[in-house]
Ligand binder design. Structure first.
Ligand code: 5AD
Ligand code: SF4
Length: 477
């Protein structure tokens, strides 16, 4: 049943949260000290990886490393890798070759790979190709000081152990490449879902949820530092579930959202990714109650055909997915929904591909991330099904999906012309320093001419006059 007032035992204000269990140290510990060593980090793949790099930066800060954007002056070169599709892995290999050249110019510099490729390719990268000095899996970042020490002594160091507990709850991320306005907060790690195409359960391990108070404290801390938007991150946020070890009280995702939204009305809250099988009406009602929880849901469908969904082991069918979309429309009539789509999954027929197209049309997604199927070693699909759709057909279907989604995104945006939105200013637009850019509640990027007195981190009311399929254009009113 929907609880109309889920609270976390009354904890509401920033001060109360800050008196909780989590202590935040200075963001740039070690900065400004002489003789510091420098690390350079590149991140690939999902937001979770970028968020992990900020945890790594914090751990490295504690042992005297500071971040640099210049790989040529770094003592430690790190690459936070993604395994989700073959192409991502190829990109990482190319970068490792480039770093080899840098290393030749800088004797003593070390190269490490972090993240999802670590487990799968550790032997190959360390021993056969000798491309790296360090291999560190996503649950082993606390071991970095020790591993770096070993690598400094000339050993090749590996820790790819996955954990059932690690959430890095007590580590205050060092914000890298930050605009000072929006930030990501990791609320859980791993995934227990076993979608048959997906390598994530193997690379990131079992699902576990982070201490709710540490999440709220991180959000409150960001707000105090001037940030105005947090995105709660997890592979499947709807299955967030944290039990307070002291009281036995269980916090679900709806309650966590409520708690984060209560930090301050000017702090926007977003989240990603939702799973259709787990997204509850309770979450939608919490969203409806708080103006500052953005009305945007990333709800990947993957395929519009029930037989393919079954093969994908998504554990819902098309009718179930449509029911979830109807619930969103009913409870949050103005919400935008986006999706992930895979074309050319094993045995997909032309008719089944048409079902994906009709799903995109029916769901009226504001945008989608679209991919052709890429078989990943070790996954359920790789073991059970032949990757039998030729690449040119996968790509042709993908192009059809992209063409349709682009048209629907444009139509979606055109319906916003004449409307006025509250936009959180993130900074200068990419094209012109005379314009600001920021997002509306539906996660649409809005570009508009600057107005004196307004700055990033503030809200502006912007009336939309024109649009492309990707960006709304407007004027402050
Ligand atoms: N091939 C293609 N796309 C994939 N995704 C995950 N695994 C694969 C794969 N093997 C896509 C899914 C997922 C998104 C993060 O990446 O659409 O939702
Ligand atoms: Fe992969 Fe499915 Fe988990 Fe997403 S929910 S990370 S697609 S297994």
């Amino acid at each position: 049943m929907y609880d109309s007032n889920p609270t976390l035992e009354g904890i509401k204000t920033i001060d109360e949260i800050k008196q909780g269990s989590v202590f935040f140290k200075d963001q740039m510990s070690g900065a400004g000290q002489p003789g510091l060593r420098k690390f350079y980090i590149e991140s690939y793949g999902c937001q979770m990886n970028f968020s992990d790099s900020e945890i790594v930066a914090s751990i490295l800060g504690d042992i005297g490393y500071v971040a640099t954007r210049n790989v040529e002056e770094s003592d430690l070169i790190l690459i936070n890798t993604c395994s989700i599709r073959e192409k991502a892995e190829e990109t990482v290999r190319k970068r490792l070759r480039a770093f080899e050249t840098v290393k030749k110019e800088r004797p003593g510099a070390m190269v490490g790979i972090l993240g999802c490729m670590a487990e799968r390719l550790k032997k190959k990268l360390l021993e056969e190709e000798k491309l790296v000095d360090l291999v560190v899996g996503p649950d082993a970042y606390r071991d970095l000081p020790n591993l770096i020490g070993g690598a400094e002594d000339g050993d090749r160091m590996v820790n790819v152990l996955l954990s059932r507990e690690e959430t890095y709850a007590d580590i205050s991320p060092v914000r890298l490449e930050s605009n000072g306005v929006t930030a990501f907060i990791s609320i859980m790690r791993g995934c227990d879902n076993m979608c048959s195409f997906c390598v994530v359960p193997f690379t990131r391990g079992r699902e576990r949820s982070r201490d709710a108070f540490s999440i709220a404290a991180e959000a409150a801390d960001l707000f105090e530092k001037g940030y105005r938007e947090v995105t709660l991150l997890g592979q499947n946020v709807d299955s967030y579930k944290w039990e307070n070890p002291e009281t036995g009280h269980v916090v679900n995702f709806a309650q966590l959202l409520d708690m984060t939204a209560n930090i301050h009305p000017d702090l926007r809250v977003r989240f990603s990714t939702s799973h259709p099988k787990d997204m509850t009406d309770e979450v939608l009602h919490v969203m409806a109650r708080h103006e500052n929880i953005c009305k945007y849901i990333h709800l990947p469908v993957q395929s519009g055909n029930s037989r393919i969904l079954e093969l994908m082991n998504r554990t819902y069918d098309r009718a179930w997915y449509e029911d979830r979309i109807r619930a969103i429309r009913r409870i949050l009539p103005d919400a935008a929904v986006s999706s992930d789509i895979i074309t050319g999954f094993c045995t997909e027929t032309e008719e089944e591909h048409q079902d994906t197209l009709s799903m995109i049309e029916w769901a009226n997604y504001s945008m989608s991330y679209m991919f052709f199927y890429s078989e990943r070693p070790g996954t359920l699909a790789a073991r059970k099904y032949a990757d039998d759709i030729p690449e040119e057909i996968k790509k042709r279907r993908l192009n059809e999906v992209i063409r349709l989604q682009t048209a629907i995104s444009l139509r979606h945006n055109q319906q916003d012309i004449g409307k006025t939105f509250k936009v959180l200013i993130e900074g200068d637009s990419r094209k012109s320093a005379a314009d600001f850019c920021g997002r509306n509640t539906q996660n649409k990027m809005v570009v508009f001419p600057k107005k004196e007195g307004l700055k990033p981190g503030e809200y502006a009311m912007v009336k939309i006059r024109d649009t492309t399929s990707a960006t709304l254009l407007g004027d402050i009113i």
